[in-house]
Design a protein around this ligand. Structure first.
Ligand SMILES: Nc1nc2c(ncn2[C@@H]2O[C@H](COP(=O)(O)OP(=O)(O)OP(=O)(O)O)[C@@H](O)[C@H]2O)c(=O)[nH]1
Ligand SMILES: [Mg+2]
Length: 398
């Protein structure tokens, strides 16, 4: 067997040389791209190394290997060129002895193999992704953002998995905007069943309960102003907050400004008298003393004051400056007494909004209003998903 190495610019060039030097029965054993020349490792030129061989005894000749697609293309080009120009580059003036049917079969097999490999690769890839391979930079950024916002980890994980799966399904890499948009959509869907309830129109008596200093009295003044001035309703106040010196005075001041009658109660017995005094009022807001409601005893104590034979509702007031864990404990205690509606205050004093989401989702609380400042009556608005999500997710260019 005669074996010869050719270094050429392109395969057709080698084929011409092989045909003329080794004859028409020569076969290509190997081709590879190499780099030659250059200066100090730079400016090297791309060349092709072709190893060809010819057997003197044809029956023992090695069977030629399957041509690569690159070789196929080159051969085809060469066949066409030689057919067109009939240039006598070979010993034989005839068309080169390449069987077109063989090439076609080889090519088909090659495509089938490629498709099979590709499918196996895709299956491997999708398995890796569901098994938690590294997140894309955009998805990682969302995860970090939500951790900073103190959203519960189990919700973050669920959200990330949803976005990750969608990305795998669509076989693309989402941009930051797309990741944020998907997060907004999913969070909206999760919150939707809980959002939209306000203080019931049917409730004549509305009790406000919550830890010390969260803003119950201020909030009552804000809501009473809205009902009196905007809705022209006859509002009355009852306060049971007799623990603190000047606590009654605080509500009384607002009552005077808004021209709203106020009754002070010291026990459950006083309530009947107070309701009688306010018999002409369409709406009665009842202020309670802020207590340490992480203690269940205080919760049951205040609950005894909330009994009423008339349509009533209790609103749990929570400040966003509180710790999520403490808020959760309070929410848990009140939910045992059927308190479902919540009003968040001091939005203006925080830049961390995950607690709202956690409380709604974990305790099935219904958010009613968001208070965002000390000014009565302006700094309060109805809880809206869109506004809340803007706070939670912020803008994508941060
Ligand atoms: N920044 C900010 N301050 C608020 C908000 N709501 C109330 N406050 C302030 O929080 C402080 C306490 O408000 P109160 O209305 O007295 O709170 P409370 O829950 O009635 O307090 P106790 O009756 O002592 O339990 C006051 O200084 C209010 O001006 C709010 O949304 N944002
Ligand atoms: Mg108060």
């Amino acid at each position: 067997m005669r074996v010869k190495r050719y270094v050429v610019n392109a395969l057709p060039e080698a084929v011409t040389m092989i045909r003329s030097e080794l004859g028409k029965d020569a076969v290509i054993l190997n081709t590879k791209e190499i780099k030659v020349g250059g200066f100090m490792g730079m400016f090297k030129k791309k060349k092709m190394e072709v190893i060809a061989a010819v057997e003197s005894n044809q029956s023992n000749a090695p069977s030629p290997r399957k041509p690569t697609p690159q070789e196929n293309a080159a051969i085809e080009q060469m066949v066409q060129t030689s057919q067109r120009t009939a240039t006598a580059v070979m010993e034989s003036p005839a068309v080169p002895p390449i069987d077109a049917t063989d090439i076609k079969a080889d090519r088909e097999q090659f495509i089938i193999d490629e498709i099979r490999d590709l499918r196996q690769y895709m299956v491997k890839l999708s398995k890796q992704q569901t098994a938690g391979i590294p997140l894309s930079e955009q998805i990682s950024q969302l995860k970090e953002h939500l951790i900073d916002q103190e959203m519960d980890m189990n919700w973050i994980d669920q959200l990330i998995e949803l976005i990750q799966n969608k990305q795998t399904e669509e076989q693309v890499q989402f941009t930051k905007e797309q990741v944020w948009e998907l997060a907004a959509l999913n969070i909206t869907e999760w919150l939707r069943p809980y959002v939209g309830s306000s203080i019931s129109q049917e409730a004549r008596i509305v009790h406000f309960v919550g830890p010390t200093g969260v803003g119950k009295t201020t909030t009552i003044a804000k809501l009473a102003a809205e009902q009196t001035i905007k809705n022209n309703r006859k509002v009355g106040f009852i306060t049971s907050d007799t623990y603190r010196i000047a606590a009654v005075d605080q509500l009384r001041t607002y009552a005077n400004i808004l021209n709203i009658p106020i009754e002070v109660v010291f026990s459950q017995m006083d309530l009947t008298r107070a309701f009688k005094q306010l018999a002409d009022r369409e709406l009665i807001y009842m202020d309670t003393a802020g207590r340490n409601f992480r203690s269940e005893l205080h919760v049951s104590e205040v609950n005894s004051l909330l009994q009423s034979s008339e349509p009533s509702e209790t609103i749990l007031v929570l400040s966003l400056t509180g710790k999520t864990k403490d808020m959760a404990a309070v929410a848990d205690h009140f939910s045992k007494y059927g308190v479902q509606k919540v009003l968040f205050t001091k939005l203006d004093e925080t830049s961390v909004y995950g607690a709202i989401f956690n409380l709604i989702m974990n305790y099935e609380l219904l958010p009613t209003y968001l208070a965002s400042g000390q000014t009565v009556p302006d700094d309060i608005e109805k809880f809206q998903i869109g506004t809340y999500i803007q706070h939670l997710l912020g803008s994508t260019d941060r």
